[in-house]
Design a protein around this ligand. Structure first.
Ligand code: GDP
Length: 193
């Protein structure tokens, strides 16, 4: 059964077993918890009515892999110090995650910012160095007309200078590409087993 494992505050507390891990990174309110629930087809992650609240690293058992939900960064009204603390948690996880095979960076399709790009560049470097798969998941695709999505994907690809093949629009509302994403993640895990 797909289920929540634990929340951790510190590196010593991070969950590790022999399975590969996939992590989700995104700004607060990007739709990380909602996507975890869509993929699980169950309400295992708390969706936040107060963005930026959770500072914990959350681990979920997805049977053939462990999904890791990193704290949402870039919450505008947080202090600089609290933003830096959050980024520290994210990079600490990335550096200590021995079984990490894939990083999914979630961006809301209608709000992509310089802080997404900053994180993107850092993740890209890390992903190349450690041979980790890297995808951009564009959430809330239901906010665009279906006929506009392809055009928008090209713009996002240019903005990040990232291959279109690695950019996946999804919607938790309409279930657009949820099954496709689930298949992609399982395939990445299998390739790395
Ligand atoms: P998190 O902070 O990244 O975990 O984001 P949440 O999953 O809590 O979602 C933040 C807000 O975005 C909530 O109000 C959700 O209802 C909304 N949301 C999440 N996914 C979608 C989606 O696919 N489409 C739309 N239109 N809204 C969404």
């Amino acid at each position: 059964m797909i289920k929540f494992i634990k929340s951790a505050n510190y590196v010593d507390d991070y969950y590790l077993d022999d399975r590969n891990q996939i992590c989700f990174i995104g700004r607060s309110n990007a739709g990380k918890s909602s996507l975890i629930n869509s993929l699980a087809n169950n309400l295992i992650a708390k969706t936040s009515s107060t963005p930026g609240r959770t500072r914990l690293v959350n681990f979920f058992d997805f049977e053939n892999f462990v999904l890791v939900d990193l704290p949402g960064f870039g919450y505008a009204s947080g202090s600089k110090k609290s933003r830096e603390d959050l980024e520290k948690i994210i990079y600490e996880y990335l550096l200590y995650a021995k079984k990490l095979v894939c990083i999914c960076q979630l961006c809301s399709i209608d709000v992509i910012t310089e802080s997404d790009k900053e994180i993107f560049v850092n993740i890209s470097n890390l992903a190349k160095r450690y041979n980790i798969k890297h995808f951009i998941i564009l959430t809330k695709a239901d906010k665009l007309k279906p006929s506009k999505i392809n055009e928008h994907l090209k713009k996002v690809s240019n903005f990040f200078k990232f291959s279109l093949d690695n950019i996946i629009p999804i919607s938790n509302k309409t279930n657009l590409n949820i099954k496709k994403l689930s298949g992609i993640l399982k395939a990445v895990v299998t390739q790395n087993n």
